[in-house]
Structures are given as C-alpha cells and as structure tokens.
Design a protein around this ligand. Structure first.
Ligand code: SAM
Length: 188
C-alpha cells in the first residue's frame, strides 16, 4: 500500500505523501551517535527508509526496535524487516516498550514523526515520553520540511525542542528530498 495511501486515509498522522529520500536518511542518522549506541529506537518508520540506514550504521550487537502506529505500514514493515522488532503502537508509550525489552534507556532516537501536524497535547506527550526514555546525554534526531516552519505547530515544536533539550542543532537543508527538509539534532 505505502505512504501515499496512508496519507489519503490519515493525512494528519502520516504527514507525507512520499517516503523520505536516502539523502535525508543519511543526514538523520548522522552525528547522533547511532554507530556507538547500545540502544537505538526509531519512531514512525513508515516504509523503512531510515531503518535501512540505521541497520547499516548501528553496531551489530546494539538493541534496536521501531514503533509504528499505522497497522498497514506496520504490516509492510514486518514483511520487509522480519528481523527487526516492531511495536505497533504510539511512540508516546515508548517507556513500556523499554520495560518489555529490558533495554533500560535509549542512547539514540531516530524520529520520522510529522510534528508540525500534531496538536500541542500530542507534541507535549511525545516529548515528555522521549525525554524520560533517553539516557543522560542521549541524542534525538527528527526532520522537518522547510515549509513546516511556517505552520504554527512547526514553530511551536521548534520552541519546545529548545526548551526541552540542553542542545539543539539544525542540519543544512537536504534539497534532495521531496519536499526539501532539514534535521534537528538534540541532546538531552
Ligand atoms: C512522515 S511519515 C515518515 C515515514 C518514514 N520515516 C519516512 O521518512 O519516509 C510519519 C510516520 O509516523 C507514523 N506515526 C504517526 N504518529 C505516530 C505515533 N504517535 N507513534 C508512532 N508512529 C507514528 C506514521 O504512521 C508514519 O509512518
């Protein structure tokens, strides 16, 4: 089925009409310590373009799981990555997954969620679950479309990141993505 039909069914939750590019996948997985992390988690993998890059760079022995809310995309993901543990759930519940997997806390989170389309309550719940689950000094990377910065929820999210993390950096724009995007790299 893929991202496009998910977008038609549920635009606010899917947030994209096309899957991200490999260029964006490389940018979001860079400089957040995925290669040295003991525990890596991915939010909203969709069809798995970031997952491929995580699997390429992470240590073979690192614990890794993904969280996808859409049942259709979760089923596609399981067919494509039968060896990756996937929770079909909301990332707001990441703490219970850490308990279930016995992973403790997370070193690196790669996030594909469409924050600029989320209401403030969902943004707050996701950020608070993320901060509670990250190890001290843990890293969190998420992307945003350039035009999303014009949306009130996109601006609000940027401010919330600055308030929540001790350090927030912005990557250069990834022009080879539709639409062009950039990555926020955040440190707890
Ligand atoms: C913009 S798509 C990104 C998909 C993929 N990472 C990419 O970049 O092509 C957002 C994804 O997040 C999922 N999603 C939305 N809200 C979620 C939530 N609360 N928890 C987990 N996944 C969620 C959607 O179903 C969708 O797969």
């Amino acid at each position: 089925m893929g991202i496009f039909w998910e977008f038609v069914k549920n635009p606010k939750r899917t947030g994209a009409v096309a899957t991200s590019s490999r260029h964006l996948a490389r940018t979001i997985c860079a400089e957040i310590g995925v290669e040295s992390a003991s525990v890596v988690v991915e939010y909203g993998p969709g069809t798995g373009v970031f997952t491929e890059e995580i699997l390429r760079v992470k240590k073979p022995e690192a614990d890794f799981f993904a969280i996808e809310r859409s049942p259709t995309l979760a089923a596609d993901f399981r067919r494509r990555f039968p060896d990756v543990r996937l929770f079909e759930d909301s990332a707001t519940n990441v703490a219970s997954m850490l308990t279930e997997t016995g992973c403790g806390s997370i070193d690196s989170i790669v996030c594909g969620l469409p924050w600029a389309l989320f209401d403030e309550e969902l943004q707050d719940n996701l950020l608070s679950a993320t901060l509670d689950s990250l190890a001290p000094g843990g890293r969190f990377a998420t992307f945003a479309y350039l035009q999303g910065l014009l949306l009130p929820a996109g601006k609000r999210f940027k401010e919330k990141l600055a308030q929540s993390f001790s350090k927030v950096e912005k990557s250069p724009t990834v022009w080879r993505n539709l639409p062009p995007a950039f990555v926020y790299r955040c440190t707890k």
